[in-house]
Write a protein that binds this ligand. Structure first.
Ligand code: HEC
Ligand code: HEC
Length: 209
C-alpha cells in the first residue's frame, strides 16, 4: 500500500521490477516523507522531541504535550495529519508517510510518559470560573472526571494553556479539520473569555494553589 501511494516515478521504478530497484526505492525515502519515517525508534523520539519535549512535555509555544495522552488519541490525530484531514503547516509534514506501525509505537511511548507539573502559578479566580464553566458544559462526561482523557478523547489536564485556547478557538471557528466533529458542536458560540478560563482551569487542574 505504501508503495502505491508514492509518486508516479516511484511506481514506475517498482513496476520496472528487480530486487535492486525495489531495494533502492525502499532505501531512499521519497522527498515528501516526514523526517522521522523509517528511523530507529530512539531517533524518532528525538525528532518529535525537538518540538514536543523529549519526554512528551512540551516547552514550546503552540505545541501540545503528548505525555499521558490516550494511545488512540495520538494514533487518530497522527493519521488525520498524515492524510491531511487535519492541517497544520508545522505538524502535517511531520506525519507524512509515517506508517501505522511506527505511529502506534510512538503513541504507546508517549502514553506512558508522566505528565509534568505546568510552569507558573494558577490564578485562583480564573481557575474557579473555568471549573464552573466546564462543569456547566459537562466536559468531564467525555474527557473523564480528572480530565486524563480516554480513547479518542484527548487528555486535557496539564496540557499547555496556549494550545488548549488555540484548539478550542479552532473548533469554534471551524478551522480544525478531522472527521470527528464532536467538539465543533461543543464549542459553538463559546466566547473567548470562557475558553480562556476553561483552558486555565484544565492546565492547572492538578497544580497546587
Ligand atoms: C517542528 C515541530 C514538530 C515536530 C518535529 C513534531 N511535531 Fe507534532 N505538533 C507540532 C505542532 C505545532 C502541533 C500542533 C498543531 C496544531 O495546532 O494543529 C503538533 C501536534 C501534534 C499532535 C496532536 C496532539 C493533540 O493533542 O491533538 C500529535 C499527536 C503530534 N503532534 C505528534 C507528533 C509526533 C509523533 C512527532 C514525531 C514523529 C511530531 N509530532 C513531530 C509540532 C511538531
Ligand atoms: C461528547 C463528548 C465531548 C464533550 C462533551 C467534550 N469533548 Fe472535548 N473532545 C472530544 C473529542 C472526541 C475530541 C477529539 C476530537 C478531534 O478528533 O478533533 C475532543 C477534543 C478536545 C480538545 C482538543 C485537545 C487536543 O489535545 O487537541 C479540547 C481542548 C477539548 N476537547 C476541550 C473540551 C472542553 C473544554 C469541553 C467542555 C466545554 C469538551 N471538550 C467537551 C469529546 C468531547
Amino acid at each position: 500500500m505504501r508503495l502505491t501511494t508514492r509518486a508516479p516515478w516511484r511506481r514506475a521504478l517498482v513496476a520496472w521490477g528487480g530486487a535492486a530497484a525495489l531495494g533502492l526505492s525502499l532505501a531512499l525515502p521519497a522527498a515528501e516523507d516526514a523526517p522521522a519515517v523509517g528511523l530507529p525508534f530512539e531517533e524518532q523520539v528525538q525528532v518529535c522531541g525537538a518540538c514536543h519535549g523529549s519526554d512528551g512535555n512540551s516547552q514550546q509555544a503552540g505545541t501540545p504535550s503528548l505525555a499521558g495522552q490516550p494511545e488512540l488519541t495520538i494514533v487518530n490525530q497522527m493519521i488525520y495529519f498524515r492524510e491531511r484531514l487535519r492541517q497544520n503547516e508545522v505538524m502535517t509534514p511531520q506525519a507524512r508517510g509515517l506508517p501505522d506501525g511506527e505511529i502506534q509505537a510512538l503513541a504507546a511511548y508517549y502514553h506512558e510518559q508522566p505528565v509534568a507539573t505546568p510552569e507558573g502559578d494558577p490564578d485562583p479566580e480564573l481557575k474557579a470560573l473555568g471549573q464552573e464553566l466546564a462543569a456547566q458544559q459537562r466536559c468531564a462526561s467525555c474527557h473523564q472526571s480528572d480530565y486524563r482523557g480516554r480513547e479518542q478523547m484527548p487528555r486535557l489536564a496539564g496540557q499547555r494553556e496556549d494550545y488548549l485556547v488555540a484548539a478550542m478557538i479552532a473548533y469554534r471557528d471551524r478551522t480544525r479539520g478531522g472527521p470527528d466533529t464532536t467538539m465543533i458542536d461543543v464549542m459553538r458560540g463559546v466566547p473567548d473569555e470562557d475558553i480562556e478560563a476553561m483552558a486555565h482551569y484544565l492546565t492547572y487542574l492538578h497544580a497546587e494553589e
